[in-house]
Design a protein around this ligand. Structure first.
Ligand SMILES: NC(=O)c1ccc[n+]([C@@H]2O[C@H](COP(=O)([O-])OP(=O)(O)OC[C@H]3O[C@@H](n4cnc5c(N)ncnc54)[C@H](O)[C@@H]3O)[C@@H](O)[C@H]2O)c1
Length: 434
């Protein structure tokens, strides 16, 4: 692991009308991808979307139907190549005809530690899932080859992350791992060591990490086509590996625990580094904790977002006053942003968090004490908002994904490294620029 925080702003991207941004993964209302799509649109780039597809009630993976496609294209504001790019293998039959979900039929959450899975069958399902995704990526690449104009530059943006197997018993268990305290606490290390943890590990690797490697492989001839017509080709992917935020007035690396996707996110970095070594410009941008559909499970992940307000002020971001005003409007009676920031800082600076402050030992497993501290503080901070569904963190998340989008687009024009950390300092600096 080579910690590589971006400290200097990249030059403005030279992307222009006719250049193409391909979004590999779907766009959701508050997801990270909104930032880069917004910035690409500002530059006049053509946006092309993709879909993960949908599952029929019998489990078959299919493209979007007409209504779903129209809704997705309206949200993205662009055309979508309607070939399902779902990654993972939880619904993929092994040679015996059974899927990983079939193996878990009837299993009860309280049996989690003794459930044994047929690992050979899982491996067969995994291979089948990989084969399907690769074939579908190749079909998307063939479609792109027809749509990218000669001479255009192309940026492929990988947003894919996830892979929690869709068996019923996972949600109650993962709720205990990520939100459980006291009697409900379930140690992330114990869960990770069980067969169910192994299934999650494999699945996270497929969805969050290896999907980037497959994308790079399956777009090899598209890459050659674009490059031989004089266009630049870059790949950009969203990573997470902790983030520096202001603690007691200085930028300090911290992270959310227990981030069980962390091993997959490091594998994602390795894929970018391996591609880079072959001369392919693939970069993972490790981004701050924000609130999105995907991070909703990780209660407490948002605590490190509060100090962004201070970073915006420190770096002179033009949006600081606007963001502060928008946050102020959401506060409960009697609450103040000063108090919020003080309580978030007290958490981040606490001795309870000390054992979790080594980036070299990341990702960390949970402890009962740390979970209780994090979840209690998270609840206390959320209670300072008038409406728990409309909180200060959503305003701050918007500022982060916009700043990240601008940085990723600029940096992708002349990529300099396979892995960057985009911390609160550089994001605030980029938001100060325009
Ligand atoms: N939210 C955070 O705090 C945070 C922090 C750092 C990095 N990220 C990363 O940002 C990226 C976008 O996530 P987000 O938080 O904006 O949430 P999101 O829910 O908006 O996006 C998740 C993406 O993953 C795709 N996806 C989900 N399951 C998939 C599957 N089985 N196969 C293929 N694609 C699948 C979705 O289509 C979507 O594009 C992810 O890589 C995420 O890990 C998020």
């Amino acid at each position: 692991m080579n910690y590589n925080p971006m400290r200097n702003l990249p030059a403005d991207a030279g992307y222009k009308a006719g250049d193409v941004l391909v979004l590999c993964g779907e766009l959701f209302g508050r997801g990270y991808a909104n930032g880069i799509v917004e910035q690409a649109r500002r530059l006049g780039m053509t946006i092309i979307g993709t879909t993960v597809g949908r599952r029929e009630s019998d489990g078959t993976l299919r493209p979007l139907n007409q209504d779903e496609l129209a809704a997705a294209e309206e949200l993205l504001g662009a055309k979508i190549i309607n070939i399902p790019l779902e990654a993972g293998f939880d619904m993929e039959p092994a040679a015996n005809g059974l899927t990983p979900l079939d193996q878990l039929k009837g299993a009860k959450p309280d049996e989690w530690s003794t459930i044994r899975l047929d690992l050979n069958a899982l491996e067969e399902s995994r291979a089948a899932g990989t084969k399907r995704l690769r074939a579908n990526l190749a079909a998307v690449a063939a479609e792109l080859a027809k749509r990218v104009p000669a001479g255009a530059n192309m940026l492929l943006v990988h947003t894919m992350a996830g892979g929690i197997p869709r068996a019923r018993l996972f949600m109650p268990l993962l709720n205990r791992v990520f939100k459980g305290q006291g009697d409900k606490y379930l140690s992330s290390a114990d869960f990770w060591g069980a067969d169910l943890g192994k299934l999650c590990d494999w699945s996270f690797n497929e969805v969050t990490a290896d999907s980037l490697a497959y994308l790079i492989d399956e777009t090899a001839s598209l890459r050659d086509q674009v490059a031989s017509a004089g266009g630049k080709v870059s790949y950009a992917a969203y990573g997470y590996h902790g983030c520096e935020v202001l603690v007691n007035g200085a930028y300090k690396w911290q992270s959310y625990t227990p981030y069980l996707q962390g091993w997959a996110k490091m594998r994602l970095e390795d894929h970018a580094a391996a591609a880079w070594a072959k001369g392919i410009k693939a970069t993972v941008y490790n981004c701050p904790e924000i609130q999105t559909n995907s991070s909703a499970l990780f209660l407490g992940v948002e605590i490190s977002l509060y100090p962004l307000l201070e970073a915006l002020k420190k770096e002179g971001a033009g949006v600081a006053a606007e963001v502060t005003a928008a946050c102020n409007k959401l506060l409960a009676e009697g609450a103040t942003l000063e108090k919020m920031l003080e309580r978030a800082n007290d958490y981040l600076a606490s001795p309870v968090m000390k054992p979790f402050d080594a980036i070299s030992a990341w990702p960390h497993h949970s402890t009962n004490e740390q979970m209780e501290f994090m979840l209690t503080r998270s609840a206390e901070l959320i209670a300072m908002n008038a409406n728990p569904k409309e909180i200060v963190c959503s305003v701050l998340s918007g500022a982060v994904f916009r700043g990240v989008g601008k940085l990723m687009l600029d940096s992708s024009w002349e990529p300099q490294a396979p892995v960057w950390w985009l911390n609160h300092d550089i994001i605030a600096k980029r938001l100060a620029k325009d």
